[in-house]
Design a protein around this ligand. Structure first.
Ligand SMILES: Nc1nc2c(ncn2[C@@H]2O[C@H](COP(=O)(O)OP(=O)(O)OP(=O)(O)O)[C@@H](O)[C@H]2O)c(=O)[nH]1
Ligand SMILES: [Mg+2]
Length: 305
């Protein structure tokens, strides 16, 4: 499957939802105020967010619809253009390229969003690009969490640094960086425990991991990735806000887009924050991670079907 096909497949549910929703609303040859309101409400209910839905309504209200064209086609085209304009600058295709130093990536997020899975998938992409990759098992709360990362390390054939369950995550991070330096790794990906953004003690622990990384290299962590679950709706906005306050984020990974009709949350996030979108999780398997591409996203999300 080509990259666009993967986007199409992953966004199937969201695209069908959008297409059938708009088809139901746009029944006349023109767009009157009532139709505009309905479109806005529908977009909000699809998690596109109030701000973006409002922008889209404004654009539609100003647009002269060509009477020789299908209104629905015109609306789809405007939507696609809006998404592309909003999201193009948030691409981070350089994320997977070589850096002329050891690259240290900290991965964070609330419980169960897909952090460990994303570490595995991102590791595979680096590995395919010829990088020397090390996983760091800093979720030391549960033995199962360490095992899970180890399974991913085996699957994608990269090395892992781990410690006993219950040990200090910051010390595991330090041990990993030490190993990476000694053995010339060029990517270290640090998996952390899930933590709710409003749990003070857990956020303190997260800060401590970052502090230890900084002690090792004052320019690090070079990447701070927040993993978000597309099925958690508008909660995502608060998660980005709070994690970004603790350690400024350099990128987002949005997972489980394959499992929701509300992929519009990616648009809401893009509208609200100027934080790049590194990759999208479009399934549970190792290759179900796509580097974010605004055009592919716009075309996969808005399409007649
Ligand atoms: N459908 C789908 N499932 C996903 C995706 N990413 C992760 N998952 C699933 O989500 C579940 C949780 O994934 P994990 O990677 O363990 O999540 P985590 O954030 O590390 O969880 P904790 O460490 O417990 O906080 C697993 O069943 C994954 O297979 C995705 O893009 N699509
Ligand atoms: Mg995990």
């Amino acid at each position: 499957m080509g990259i666009f096909e993967k986007f199409k497949f992953g966004f199937q549910k969201s695209a069908s939802n959008l297409a059938s929703g708009l088809r139901e609303i746009i029944i006349k040859k023109e767009i009157d105020d009532k139709t505009l309101d309905k479109i806005e409400d529908f977009l909000i209910s699809s998690d596109v967010g109030v701000e973006a839905a409002n922008d889209i309504k404004e654009i539609l209200s100003k647009q002269k619809i060509d009477p020789n064209k299908e209104v629905l086609d015109e609306v789809n085209q405007l939507l696609r253009n809006y998404i592309l304009l909003l999201m193009k600058s948030l691409e981070r295709k350089d994320f997977f390229s070589f850096k002329n130093r050891l690259n240290i990536i900290l991965v964070s997020g609330v419980n169960g969003v897909g952090k460990t899975t994303s570490v595995g998938k991102v590791g595979k992409k680096f590995k395919e690009g010829g990088h020397k990759v090390l996983f760091s098992a800093c979720d030391t709360f549960r033995a199962a969490a360490i095992d899970q990362l180890e399974q991913w390390a085996n699957k994608v054939k990269v090395e892992i640094v781990k410690s006993d369950p219950g040990s200090d995550p910051a010390s595991v991070a330090f041990k990993s960086l030490d190993e990476a330096k000694k053995n010339n790794y060029n990517q270290v990906i640090i998996d952390t425990a899930g933590r709710l953004q409003n749990k003070k003690n857990l956020m303190e622990e997260y800060k401590k991991i970052a502090k230890v990384i900084k002690k090792f290299d004052d320019t690090a962590p070079h990447e701070v990735l927040l993993v978000l679950d597309a099925t958690s709706g508008q909660n995502v906005i608060n998660q980005v806000e709070e994690f970004n306050k603790i350690i400024p984020l350099t990128g987002l990974v949005m997972t489980k887009l394959d499992g929701t009709a509300k992929g519009g949350i990616l648009i809401a996030t893009a509208k609200k924050f100027n934080i790049p979108i590194v990759a999208l999780g479009l399934g549970e398997k190792v290759d179900d991670l796509e580097i974010f591409d605004a055009e592919n996203f716009a075309n996969a999300f808005v399409r007649p079907n």
